[in-house]
Ligand binder design. Structure first.
Ligand SMILES: [Zn+2]
Length: 349
C-alpha cells in the first residue's frame, strides 16, 4: 500500500533551520490542511452523519489508506462544512497552521465546486472575508486564495468562475485553478472558462501530470495557458515536454509526500524532484493536503533533506517558491530581503 516516507537521520541543526526558516507555499488545499478534530466538531454541530462513532475513530478514518479512501475522506470532510461560519473558522485555523511553520506567504486552494452548490455568493464571500480578517489578526502572515474547479464536476465551471470574479472584486481571490480527478477529465474541458478567467485578470493554474501523463500537462499549458502546474512530475516521461517546461520556466508545484501517498512515486525510491532539477525545470516545494497525508510543509523539506538535499539546495527551493508566487516583484523583493537576513544569521552562527 502506498504510504508517506519516513524521515531518516538528518542533522538536528538542519532540521531546526528548516523549521525556523521563513517560507512561502503555493500549492496547499485549505480543506486538506484542516485537522480531523475541527471537521468532527463541525459534523456534531451540523448533525452531519459520519461513518464512525467517535473522535478517535474519526482520526483513524482520516489517515491515508488508498486513493479511493482519500477521496472518501475528502468528500466526507467537505460535507461537514455546512454553514458560512464553518468556512470562516476553517480559514482562520489555516492561518494558525501556516504561522506555526513560519510560512509567511501562502497561495491556497479552496474547493469552489462544492461551496458554490451550497451558498449564495455574497453570503459565503462575507464568511471568507471574515475568516481571512480574523486569521490575519490572530496569527499574522498573508494568505491569497485561489478557488478551484473540481474537474469531476465540469458543469460547475461557469458558476465557479462567476464566484471567483465576484471574490476578486472584493480583493479576496487572485486566481482560478482546476483540480480533482484527472483521469477522464482532461484540461480541454475547461479551455473556454480559463480563457474568460484570463481575460478578466485572474491568474490561472492547473493540476496536471499527477495521475495522468504528459498529455495532461500539454493540455494545461497549451489550452488553459496555466501559469504554474500542480505536481507535473509525469513530465519526465516526455523529453519534448521537459524541454518546453525548461525553456518557458513554468513553475512546477511539487509535493513529495502526496506523491508517495497516492502511489505516483514508488515508496522505495527517492523523489524524482532531483531529476527534475537536474533537467533544468523550475521546482517548488509544497504540502498539498497535509493533514490527510500526515505531512506539513516543514515535513516536505525534512523529507528532501533526508534524501540528501543540502541546506543551500533547500533554501534555493524555498526562494523558487517565493519567486513563483503571484505577488508583484516589489512585494517579492521585500520578503526576499527579510529572508536574506534570516539566512545571514544562520550562516553567522
Ligand atoms: Zn493539489
Amino acid at each position: 500500500m502506498p504510504q508517506s516516507q519516513p524521515i531518516i537521520s538528518i542533522s538536528p541543526v538542519l532540521a531546526e533551520r528548516l523549521r525556523a526558516m521563513p517560507k512561502a507555499e503555493i500549492h496547499v488545499h485549505i480543506e486538506g490542511a484542516t485537522d480531523a478534530e475541527t471537521f468532527f466538531q463541525m459534523a456534531q454541530r451540523n448533525q452531519v452523519e459520519l461513518p464512525v462513532a467517535s473522535l478517535e475513530e474519526w482520526k483513524k478514518f482520516f489517515k491515508f489508506r488508498s486513493f479511493p479512501h482519500f477521496i472518501e475522506v475528502y468528500t466526507t470532510a467537505v460535507r461537514c462544512l455546512q454553514t458560512p461560519d464553518d468556512y470562516a473558522l476553517m480559514i482562520e485555523c489555516f492561518f494558525k497552521r501556516q504561522a506555526e511553520q513560519n510560512i509567511l506567504y501562502t497561495e491556497a486552494f479552496l474547493s469552489a465546486s462544492f461551496l458554490t452548490q451550497k451558498f449564495e455568493n455574497e453570503v459565503i464571500l462575507d464568511a471568507i472575508a471574515s475568516g481571512v480578517k480574523s486569521g490575519k489578526a490572530k496569527y499574522g502572515g498573508r494568505v491569497n486564495l485561489i478557488p478551484d474547479i473540481s474537474r469531476e464536476i465540469p458543469d460547475s465551471q461557469t458558476r465557479v468562475l462567476e464566484f471567483v470574479l465576484e471574490g476578486k472584486k472584493r480583493g479576496l481571490f487572485i486566481g482560478l485553478g482546476v483540480g480533482g480527478l484527472e483521469i477522464g477529465y482532461p484540461p480541454e474541458l475547461f479551455t473556454e472558462t480559463f480563457a474568460k478567467a484570463r481575460q478578466q485578470g485572474l491568474r490561472v493554474v492547473a493540476h496536471a501530470g499527477e495521475a495522468v501523463g504528459a498529455e495532461s500537462i500539454w493540455g494545461a499549458i497549451d489550452n488553459l495557458q496555466a501559469e504554474r502546474i500542480g505536481h507535473g512530475i509525469r513530465c519526465l516521461d516526455d523529453p519534448e515536454l521537459v524541454a518546453a517546461l525548461r525553456q518557458r520556466q513554468i513553475p512546477l508545484e511539487v509535493s513529495p509526500q502526496s506523491n508517495y501517498c497516492l502511489g505516483i512515486v514508488e515508496y522505495e525510491r527517492p523523489h524524482p524532484i532531483r531529476q527534475m532539477i537536474d533537467a533544468g525545470l523550475y521546482c517548488t516545494v509544497n504540502s498539498d493536503d497535509p493533514v490527510m497525508f500526515s505531512t506539513s510543509l516543514v515535513n516536505e523539506y525534512l523529507t528532501l533533506a533526508s534524501q540528501g538535499f543540502s541546506w543551500e539546495e533547500l533554501w534555493r527551493l524555498n526562494l523558487n517558491t517565493l519567486e513563483a508566487t503571484f505577488l508583484d516583484k516589489d512585494e517579492q523583493a521585500s520578503y526576499c530581503n527579510e529572508w536574506e537576513r534570516f539566512r545571514q544569521t544562520e550562516i553567522d552562527n
